[in-house]
Design a protein around this ligand. Sequence first.
Ligand code: HEC
Length: 449
Amino acid sequence: MRMCLKSTFTLRLTWWSLLSCSFAFQTVPFEALADDVKTDSRTMGDPLFALLFTDILIPTEIGTVVPVPAGVEVAVDPQRPWYFGKREGTSADERLFAGDVRVSPLLKWREDRTEALHNVANEVRAALADPQRRPTPLMRLSMQWDVLSVWWRLEQTEGTPPEVLEELAKLVVDLAQPAEVLNSLPSGYDLAQAQFAGSPMGTYKSPWFSPDDVVGEQAGWKQLARRSSKLFVAPHSMRASRVYMKALEPVETQADTEAFLKSWATSGLNRDWQPDRQVQTAMVLSLIGVTPELEAVATPVVDEIRFRVVHAPHDGIPPEETTSRDGSSIWLYYLSRAETQNQGQPAYRFVPGLEESLFPEYGTAKQTTFAAQCTLCHRIENSGRQSPGGIRSVSSYAGGEITTDKLHRFRLAEAEMKVVTTRLKDRLAAGAKPLPLAEFDYKKTTKGL
Ligand code: HEC
């Protein structure tokens, strides 16, 4: 497998040799990968994505839910709950991280990719100039977002060669589209809903997608304004993130979200409880694009949908069949680049809780399952005494409350992106000259609700 990457980047054999090596997999040991790929045909066909969203590395930490490679001994601390259990990565844990994910595993630039970057960048420019090969506006945004998110991380990472930062910044500009074009792109939400319609709310292992018009705020769904943690400010997620909530009446099927929020606000001291009713939440993330004038635009294109249900005790769902194993489940959907390209419109994939990934956006290069990662913050018991049922948007910190301003998160995200677009301008002006590391203070970025 190591040969696979090496030959692609240094000898510049076909890109397909890399693509066929990796794309259906997120975390597979090298030895296993070599055999698996022979029988797998899912590839992306996008060299730019391959270059920016693939890496081989030893994760800094590995969740104890991840199977241990042969020969590695792991001491499990019986006092630590399953989602907290982790160990240090060792050389036996080296993996190719790749796949159609939202956060790139490329944490540090590899010098042996610089030449390939220049070649691919020129290839992209040639395709943009050719009406036969020009990507659709939707795929062009997708490509720009991939470049923008990796460029911005590398601007904040010690040791990235300035010529690489310059090339990536130029690509962001080459892929830019006017605000009217970005704003007229499809949301995709309805398509996602149609794609996963009809599956009943069972365990977290099979997809469930609310049949309600969530973003239209029908059937009791309300959008919440809130103060964001670092995770969801735009310069961290590169997306606008809207949160919706629906609280059923106790034992009824009618929703009364306002009554729930009221009863929660006056509920007294113990904030670490399982609500007496079912509460459903959704987070809808949408891509930010950049115009030729280097203005950030929060586009309608939804690239990730997170559903979460906090079950009421009377729902009768066995806790061990929920994601958190204590009564709350999540269902996650990502915009799939490969399927969106194939179908010419937004298409999504269900990300099962047992899928493994690298989660650098939460702090360290940790490899674990989605279920374990999400349960760190979203569970019913021991959730930090700050939110009922682990619903963080209504924690005392986030201060979530119902809003009627449907697009406020879009405008907020655009304002928050100023730190990124300013750096983009500085980088284009500086060219391949070094600049001090970019940084941003998220507490200043997210001013109140
Ligand atoms: C490090 C803690 C942390 C982790 C890990 C985490 N979240 Fe959250 N999540 C939050 C916070 C804080 C909010 C509140 C919104 C904000 O900060 O803007 C939130 C909000 C949400 C919401 C909106 C409703 C609510 O409960 O507030 C959903 C749905 C959600 N997260 C799903 C997920 C999923 C799915 C994962 C795993 C991929 C995940 N979260 C991982 C901290 C976390």
